[in-house]
Ligand binder design. Sequence first.
Ligand SMILES: [Zn+2]
Ligand SMILES: [Zn+2]
Length: 278
Amino acid sequence: MPTPPTPLLYESHMHTPLCRHARGTPSDYAAVALQRNLAGIIVTCHNPMPNGYSASARMLESQWPDYLALVAASAAQFAGRLDIRLGLECDYAPGFEAFLEHQISSNPLHHVLGSVHPQVGEYRQKYFNGDPIAYQRTYFDHLAMAAETQLFDTLSHPDLVKNISPKDWQLPRVMDDIRRALDRIAKASTAMELNTSGLNKEIPEMNPGPEILREIAQRKIPMVLGADAHDPIRVADKFEEALTLLESTGHTHIHFHLNRHRHPVPIPTARASLTPLP
Ligand SMILES: [Zn+2]
Ligand SMILES: [Zn+2]
């Protein structure tokens, strides 16, 4: 058998059962990452939020020590074989800045995702006024605000709102708003994620889609790759397809974060480092 190339890439977005809608331990995800010839995984489960916000989709604040222990146990188990790091996917909405600042700065996180989740009931209740286009505009404004907080390394799945009301997703109607948001995100030097899980949603394309990816490339905003696995089998899912999409929309590099420091990898090098699942 030919020797696989040196592992290089990290899976930068994945979950644990603590969020109540994912299955498998970080070790189960790590086993798939090894098969894919990744260098490591960054566990980024949904963060605890205050006052019961979206409580059904995340760990409780009291479970935080369990999260640290879960990631540490897998990291020890895979030491010398796969690098397992602690990260977090944080919900962002205006008003949560102080809470998040404290949560993020008090923990040794390697990669912090900032997510606007327009499907969350509490968010929808506050910001949906019955007009789906206005909701899309609010979403992109909040995404830019998230970047401007400087709290996050990467903005997750940054066109997630398109699946809230797929029939109302017509890019030309909101493209100027998206461009303005991307200008602000570029100025904030925050990375954005290409999230491959979008292929399994009602609008079957990655988040974001190709038109937005082109606008991102024009602004030289760094891209991070994530499968957003809620099941071990999806670790690094469709990464090859994602790299091809990035190249075809004008991107030259993919990035990951360790110790909250950004590492660029040329796309051809990234592609060559991956092994398909048997
Ligand atoms: Zn989730
Ligand atoms: Zn998310």
